[in-house]
Design a protein around this ligand. Sequence first.
Ligand SMILES: Cc1ncc(COP(=O)(O)O)c(C=O)c1O
Length: 370
Amino acid sequence: MFVERKVKDFINIDPLQTGGKLTEDARRMLVEWGDGYSVCDFCMGDLHGIKNPPIADFIKDLAEFLGCDVARVTHGAREGKFMIMHSLAKKDGIVVVDSNAHYSTFVSAERAGLNVVEVENSGYPEYKVIEERYEDAIVEARRKGDVVLAVLTYPDGNYGNLPDVKAVAEICHDKGVPLLLNCAYSIGRMEIKAEKLGVDFVVGSGHKSMASAGPIGVVGMFEDYAKVVLRKSERFKNKEVELLGCSVRGVPLMTLMASFDHVKERVKRWNEEVEKARWFVREFESLGFELLGEKPHNHDLLHFKTDKIYEISKKVKKGGYFLYHELKKRNIHGIKPGRTKSIKLSTYLVPKDDLRKVVQAFEEILDKYG
Ligand SMILES: Cc1ncc(COP(=O)(O)O)c(C=O)c1O
């Protein structure tokens, strides 16, 4: 059976998808290494040590790229968060988490048997992380249990806010708490060096931000915590317990590797992406939509309050789905079907001409129903 992906040539502004588009090399790798366990042709028992294909070299380069001592691949950002939480977990353990965190942060904590204390954001309209609140949250959490980890989402997937990492890291370290930076939407888009930022762990998402097929993620850390998080099995001496021995033992790893040189180059052009996103915000605001999240905005993830679209949806036959159908007619993909009160999109690597078509599409839709 072959199933065609009908939207593959559409203008794609789906926040989950703009950073995961494959490079041509990665596309070729998909076919070359698609057979089951082909990456293990010459495995000596440790995925991260495989020399042919050059996985071991890639893992070393990845650690350098992340500004860490040690890197690993996981099945996604969430698996990275889970393995760190799981290895630091104790009875009555607590994770302090920004309230913009992705659901998978909360679910990872739950699966690791940890309780969560949230650091409240600033609320409408910017929903910013207030860095100093980490201090109060840690103090409050300590009344209930042992704080084993703090997590900061950089940026969060809802508003695309980029908080001051160094300020949070300083607070956490003053309090003796390690900090995990969730970079699902930043590693592979912008430069992230754990050492420079002062964080203990970073996790990223290959399928979201590193031009890779999914599922794949990356995790970076330093020697001190690597001893704990990447501890080896007592019975199988070359198998890391948290990775269940071997993690991504297949083709997503080969696509991540194929795109890596391209990714290293594209992070240098991040400023251009921020400029483009800000231009788009100005265009969209001129149509009467309101940006939620930080202003000026520092990321391509954009969330707009779209009252005018909501008002139309209350009058038309298709209800909330009218917008999806109007955009589909114009070959535009990525706005969640049914959503009208607010919409989320990404401008990352979308050519400006295509973004102009998106703005024009919304203008036409407002005119048509207005
Ligand atoms: C901020 C954030 N972190 C993590 C994830 C999950 O990433 P992954 O699919 O790599 O587990 C998401 C998914 O949307 C996200 O928005």
